[in-house]
Ligand binder design. Structure first.
Ligand SMILES: NC(=O)c1ccc[n+]([C@@H]2O[C@H](COP(=O)([O-])OP(=O)(O)OC[C@H]3O[C@@H](n4cnc5c(N)ncnc54)[C@H](OP(=O)(O)O)[C@@H]3O)[C@@H](O)[C@H]2O)c1
Length: 382
């Protein structure tokens, strides 16, 4: 049941859905247990644990690193098979599925009965093997999983990719904005273009996807957007300026979208992972090497002038450790299975969550108060 959806050439299948076709250019988806003392003794937050950051609550949920997810995947047959057109399955689109959380989310949702569109960039070259590997698993397990080429930095790629998914599936129930990049650097030594590059993926990429998908979700009067932010979307660390800034931006814009979509039936939520051993740090090392190579003479001097601090940057590239990344995929599945209108704004996943949980709780209380003063109380959801 798996295949690849390429530019304008959707491979015919024996089971073509009868989609509610989206016209070209027209309007066009827990049990909360705190980890490591979320309700108890605050744990010390290490730098490593906070790249993803410990996480928080508020309208937030803290998800324990237990095997709940796989269980969740098997226990219900819920939203995934409700009365849908086409294959009758709920449809999910995920970005950045060549590795890490994205790949796990794609497989977890597909195993739970979703029709999954696993998107990754550059399927013909860079990610050809990843695409093939994902399709092989889907074929072996008989999953309804299709691989789609989407580079979230490109309007054209996003619009074309989403259009092909909608044409093929006829609807969309869950969008997971997962793709993201990171590397550490002294902020002053990064050019504006380099910082822009990080925002281009981590912020504008999500915006692009949301702009392409939201008209459909609003028209349907239902749907879920999951934004993969991070614990460091709530706190900051040296050498993570561009990344922290991008995740903070994503957090802010996600809150705003939630208000603005509160009357539409569409839920917008965030998953805030702590540090997990995905390909995240390997990819960061590669980007860091590129940054070092590209340093202008002026920026190399700036870097040199920071002395010892410049060398500490590289501690951020130490081997990643942490719990099983499947926890994050399980958290996404749980959100997808939670009834519309009852999904928390923030879901923390990972170790050492206590301090960010506190930040989230205080923030939520004050933010809701401010919304009340401003006369926007009616736009606050759960
Ligand atoms: N792992 C952690 O500790 C951690 C903690 C908190 C938050 N997060 C967030 O979780 C998300 C997933 O990260 P991960 O841990 O799974 O790391 P990962 O294994 O490096 O995965 C990142 C994914 O994003 C994709 N991507 C990057 N740029 C893209 C683009 N322009 N278009 C489409 N896809 C693109 C990558 O694809 P390519 O192979 O093509 O580069 C890769 O599949 C990110 O948003 C990250 O910020 C991670």
């Amino acid at each position: 049941m798996s295949d690849t959806i390429r530019d304008e050439s959707v491979r015919p299948t024996t089971q073509e859905p009868q989609p509610h076709e989206v016209p070209e250019g027209g309007l066009s988806e827990p049990t909360a247990t705190a980890v490591n003392g979320a309700h108890g003794t605050p744990t010390t937050l290490s730098r490593r644990s906070a790249i993803g950051g410990a996480a928080a609550l508020g309208a937030a949920t803290v998800v324990a690193g237990v095997a709940a997810g796989s269980a969740a995947a098997q226990s219900e047959e819920p939203a995934a098979r409700r009365n849908r057109p086409g294959t009758g399955r709920a449809v999910a689109l995920i970005t950045g599925t060549s590795s890490g959380f994205g790949r796990l989310i794609a497989l977890t949702l597909a195993r739970a009965g979703y029709e999954v569109y696993a998107s990754m960039r550059d399927l013909h070259h860079k990610n050809a093997d990843s695409g093939r590997a994902l399709r092989r698993v889907a074929d072996t397990e008989g999953l309804a999983l299709h691989v789609v080429d989407i580079d979230i930095r490109s309007d054209r790629s996003v619009e074309g990719g989403v259009r092909r998914v909608l044409r093929r599936a006829g609807r969309l129930d869950v969008l997971v904005n997962n793709a993201g990049i990171y590397y550490p650097a002294l902020l002053e030594t990064q050019t504006v273009a380099q910082v822009q590059e990080i925002f281009e993926t981590n912020v504008f990429g999500q915006l692009r996807m949301n702009r392409a998908v939201l008209p459909t979700l609003r028209r349907q009067g239902e749907g879920l957007v999951v934004q993969m932010t991070s614990g460091v979307g709530r706190i900051t660390f040296p050498f993570q300026g561009a990344y922290n800034g991008a995740k903070w931006a994503m957090e802010a814009m996600t809150e705003v979208s939630r208000y603005e979509l509160s009357q539409s039936g569409v839920d917008v939520v965030m998953v805030e992972p702590g540090a997990y051993p995905t390909d995240f740090i390997d990819n960061a090392r590669e980007l860091y090497r590129k940054y070092l190579h590209g340093l202008s003479r002026g920026d190399a001097r700036r870097r040199h002038e920071y002395g010892e601090l410049a060398r500490r940057v590289e501690n951020e590239l130490a081997e990643a450790s942490g719990p099983d990344p499947q926890e994050v995929a399980d958290a996404v599945l749980r959100l997808a299975q939670t009834p519309a209108g009852q999904r928390p704004l923030r879901t923390l996943v990972g170790e050492d969550t206590a301090l960010i949980e506190e930040i989230n709780a205080v923030h939520l209380r004050l933010q809701n108060e401010i919304m009340g003063y401003a006369g926007y109380e009616d736009l606050i959801s759960v």
